[in-house]
Design a protein around this ligand. Structure first.
Ligand code: SAH
Length: 357
């Protein structure tokens, strides 16, 4: 389906090794559809989707229904973070439930560190020395789930945070949890589309997208919106499922690789996938600085086996059956995620950058 890289291949590196890019270089290429009736085309830093309005609307509805139906189960078993945990590579330690929850928090912390987001102590210091504009005061959580990241970031930075999701169930649950934690004055959640965000330009010091990019049918529009709502000097963090970067001369993924992704797309309501390098290229088409990316696939490897293990407990199975077909299909698709990572088709990518002051 998706883009090869230009000769100066924009390869993302494993954790801690960082690649930075300045000048845009993108080949014209056609991206094959990974899910029914969606075709993506990339040209000069512009990944456009030629999907019919109906198929986009159907996808949006599917995503909303999927999360309306499955979020309760996920929260019951895994808590309020609906994202992968971050682990040391090759960690063979058998983790407890709380160990996995800590790994999910660690994912947030590692993402902030990778992006060079100033910690709360320095944040306060910057304010004291009148560097007001560098402080994280306003955060948008794009694709917020039930608001785990928003509440965490609001508490950490003392910032205001607005979360958006397509699922009315999630927005309500996220607001209820914020109220229960006395955070309603700081965080709020609403149903809104990441591709048409209801915010004015330049509003947020931190634009946070944790595992929502994979749902976006138009990656170029998604990136445009992230850049648009970022304040001057604001950081953008995208953590997302990608397919592998194509090698030089390669036009598309192998058919068997594409087949595997298509099966995952159906269950998890995903449109065509793209690579980490495609995100980099999209960002390079904007006036944006410090573009960095990394491949954290090794750091998330223990996650899906752990999710499967919890699904196979008595509590997991009963909850799964109660939750309905979408959750059951989701559980049956998890081994494909593991296969995708093991075969190197699926990559867990982080891409970060900063809007110039
Ligand atoms: N970031 C959260 C949840 C990740 S699950 C966490 O880490 O816990 C993916 C989320 O993306 C869901 O909340 C889903 O509603 C949201 N999402 C998917 N497509 C979206 C879109 N077009 N606009 C807004 N939210 C979207």
């Amino acid at each position: 389906m998706k883009a090869t890289l230009s000769p100066s291949s924009l390869t993302c590196l494993p954790h801690r090794k960082v690649s930075s890019f300045q000048s845009p270089s993108l080949l014209l290429r056609t991206l094959r559809p990974s899910s029914a009736s969606m075709t993506m085309t990339a040209a000069r830093g512009n990944v456009a989707v030629t999907a019919s309005a109906t198929s986009v609307e159907k996808l949006r509805q599917g995503i909303a229904e999927f999360y309306n139906e499955t979020s309760g189960l996920w929260e019951e078993i895994w808590g309020d973070h609906m994202h992968h945990g971050f682990y040391d590579p090759d960690s063979s330690v058998q983790l407890s439930d709380s160990g996995h929850r800590e790994a999910q928090i660690r994912m947030i912390e590692e993402s902030l560190r990778f992006a060079g987001v100033t910690g709360p102590f320095l944040n306060t210091l910057l304010l004291m020395i009148d560097e007001e504009e560098k402080k994280i005061k306003r955060v948008v959580d794009v694709g917020c789930g039930i608001g785990g990241s928003s509440r965490y970031l609001a508490s950490k930075f003392g910032a205001e945070c607005i979360g958006i999701t397509l699922s009315p169930f999630q927005a309500k649950r996220a607001n209820d949890l914020a109220a229960a934690q006395s955070l309603s004055h700081k965080v709020s959640f609403q149903v809104a589309d990441a591709l048409e965000q209801p915010f004015e330009d330049g509003r947020f010091d931190l634009v946070w997208s944790m595992e929502s990019g994979e749902h976006m049918p138009d990656k170029a529009k998604f990136v445009n919106e992230l850049v648009r709502v970022a304040a001057p000097g604001g950081k953008i963090i995208i953590v997302t499922w990608c397919h592998r970067n194509l090698s030089e001369g390669e036009e598309a993924l192998q058919p068997w690789e594409q087949d595997l992704l298509n099966k995952i797309c159906k269950t998890f309501y995903l449109p065509a996938w793209c690579s980490t390098s495609d995100y980099v290229k999209l960002l390079q088409s904007h006036s944006i600085q410090d573009i960095k990316c990394a491949d954290w696939s090794e750091n998330v490897a223990p996650f899906w086996p752990a999710v499967i293990q919890t699904a196979l407990t008595w509590k997991g199975l009963v909850s799964l059956l109660r939750s309905g077909m979408k959750s059951i299909k989701g559980a049956l698709t998890m081994p494909l995620m593991i296969k995708g990572y093991k075969k190197g088709i699926i990559k867990f990518g982080i891409i970060t950058c900063q809007k110039p002051l």
